[in-house]
Design a protein around this ligand. Structure first.
Ligand SMILES: [Zn+2]
Length: 79
């Protein structure tokens, strides 16, 4: 079981990776790279929805949530 911090970091890593691939693909005008970048960036949105959930009430914590804070729905502290 991954901690919320690890999941959160994974989302950030994929987002940064996606932006880099997108930028490199754009500067090289390489369509497969650009597509891969778009897929990575879009997958961060899916990862956020899957990962950023409260382990107690299972509700989505929202895009502004940061690990170490309380769940906005039930008040459970998310580590
Ligand atoms: Zn909760």
């Amino acid at each position: 079981m991954m901690s919320a911090m690890k999941k959160y970091l994974l989302v950030i890593v994929v987002a940064v990776l996606g932006c880099i691939v997108l930028l490199v693909g754009g500067s090289l005008d390489n369509d497969p790279l650009k597509s891969a970048g778009v897929v990575l960036v879009l997958s961060t949105l899916v990862l956020e929805i899957i990962f950023l959930r409260c382990p107690n009430c299972r509700r989505w914590l929202g895009r502004k949530f940061r690990p170490g804070k309380h769940c906005p729905h039930c008040g459970e502290i998310i580590e």
